[in-house]
Design a binder for this molecule. Structure first.
Ligand code: 13P
Length: 254
């Protein structure tokens, strides 16, 4: 059975002092959580701070991006090895903000994913369509291409370590959420695509997260859908109260 995985993407928010405070607060509010995997993804500068606070509990830590070489003259980049040295075990790859502002492509997403897997970091790959693409009726074509591009040369064994986050761009930071039915429809499509790329057992094991204006008020109805196994939360994860409410919604469905 798949377990719920709730990840908080802090984006470019929180200094180290703020990160410490927020992590302590999240930890304090989630002591009764047993079945839901929680992942905190702070900015790279706070990875070590957050990791050191959660090292005695089940909360995992992830980075928001990485480069596909172990070291070298790549000013401003960080490697998988560096991320792991902080205690983090996950990495978000190909978030739409990185695709939009920092030139991530399906090809670089694939390179990053392969390198993360090779070095034992667990990738959370983000995919999603723009509003124009949805209105044109090409959502599934876009997701199909993003999945094929990101998952090139990945084996079924590696695939089960991956999380796929479906984040419709039009729902990110806009307060506009996909309806549970819209999200479920896309998630079912993604799972069917994974079955054709790998096999049924693999596609049934992969965690599929929804992201885009997930809040305590809509989390339960989204997470209740058959193929939604978690959430990648932006704005609502910056407060311990709202993030823990989303985690509790998942726990109540476990
Ligand atoms: P919001 O929850 O703020 O819409 O952000 C979603 C997101 O981009 C998570 O990666």
């Amino acid at each position: 059975m798949r377990k719920f995985v709730i990840a908080g993407n802090w984006k470019m928010y929180k200094t180290n002092a703020e990160a410490e405070q927020l992590t302590e607060a999240i930890k304090g509010k989630t002591t009764s959580i047993e079945k839901t995997q929680i992942i905190i993804c702070p900015p790279a500068t706070a990875l070590e701070t957050v990791s050191s606070i959660v090292k005695d509990c089940e909360i995992a830590v992830g980075a928001q991006n990485m480069y596909w070489e172990s070291q070298g003259a790549f000013t401003g980049e960080i490697s998988s090895e560096m991320i792991k040295s902080t205690g983090a075990t996950y990495v978000i790859i190909g978030h739409s903000e990185r695709r939009q502002y920092f030139y991530d492509t399906d090809e670089t997403v694939n390179k990053k994913t392969l390198y993360a897997l090779q070095t034992n970091l667990n990738p959370i790959i983000c995919i999603g369509e723009s509003l124009e693409q949805r209105e044109e009726g090409i959502t599934k074509d876009i997701l199909n291409d993003q999945l094929e591009g990101a998952l090139k040369s990945i084996s079924a064994e590696q695939m089960i370590r991956l999380i796929i986050a479906y984040e419709p761009i039009w729902a990110i930071g806009t307060g506009k959420t996909a309806t549970p039915e819209q999200a479920q429809d896309v998630h079912a499509f993604i799972r069917t695509k994974l079955q054709s790329l790998f096999n049924a057992a693999t596609s049934n094991s992969v965690i599929l997260q929804y992201g885009g204006s997930v809040k305590p008020t809509n989390a339960y109805d989204l997470l209740k859908q058959n193929d939604i196994d978690g959430a990648l939360v932006g704005g609502a994860c910056l407060e311990a109260e709202s993030f823990s409410e989303i985690i509790k919604a998942a726990e109540s469905l476990s």
